[in-house]
Design a binder for this molecule. Structure first.
Ligand code: HEM
Ligand code: HEM
Length: 150
């Protein structure tokens, strides 16, 4: 259930693992575009959901300003999740609001789950050896909250 997923994601050790790695990557909003590029590479089926963003081929990504705008927005969305870890109700309400934007586009739990491996790869790239499997699992628990709502 959603409540169980929230309970798991907000355990104090889980929160620390998320925050430890988030501190290392949060400062660079451009990481949002990099996460999107990883999603397109690792889950190519996802590309067809993003028609509004125009040419998202790897060569064009650095020039794609719609993708840049989306990447920045996405990064602030992640910030807002991490900021609500201390309050379960706020986290749930935010996740529900966030889910509406995805459900309205037909992005339900299976498609949303496509972000897990790209997110793991981004964390490994940016945090190097300081990102262990337990950090990745901690992030996946946060993603699972949204998947449970979708
Ligand atoms: C939704 C920000 C001003 C009408 C939103 C959302 C954000 C936002 C972040 C959620 C985006 C989404 O769900 O896609 C702001 C900011 C504002 C501002 C930063 C100015 C400082 C206004 C004004 C109006 C307005 C002046 C109308 C007079 C709406 C409406 C929604 C919305 C109708 C959709 C609400 C919903 O159904 O969830 N706004 N907004 N906003 N905003 Fe604004
Ligand atoms: C739009 C965040 C994962 C599909 C958005 C928006 C945000 C966001 C903030 C803009 C909200 C709006 O315009 O209504 C995130 C975050 C994710 C994530 C933080 C995970 C960490 C995914 C995944 C998919 C997806 C995995 C598809 C497989 C979409 C689509 C849009 C969207 C199609 C609309 C894009 C557009 O036309 O502007 N996402 N998203 N998202 N998201 Fe996500």
């Amino acid at each position: 259930s959603v409540a169980e997923k929230i309970e798991e994601a907000t355990q104090s050790d889980n929160k620390s693992l998320i925050r430890e790695t988030w501190e290392m990557i949060a400062g660079d909003r451009k990481n949002g575009v990099e996460l999107m590029a990883l999603l397109f590479e690792m889950a190519p089926e996802s590309k067809k959901e993003f028609r509004r963003l125009g040419d998202i081929s790897p060569e064009n990504i650095p020039n794609n300003r719609k993708l840049n705008g989306h990447g920045i927005t996405l990064w602030y969305a992640l910030t807002s999740f991490v900021d609500q870890l201390d309050n379960k109700n706020d986290l749930e309400d935010l996740c529900r609001k966030f889910a509406v934007n995805h459900v309205s586009r037909g992005v339900l739990n299976v498609k949303f789950g496509w972000i897990k491996e790209p997110l793991a790869e981004l964390l490994r790239r940016k945090c190097g050896s300081r990102c262990e499997d337990r950090h990745i699992n901690a992030w996946w628990k946060l993603i699972d909250v949204i998947c449970a709502i979708l």
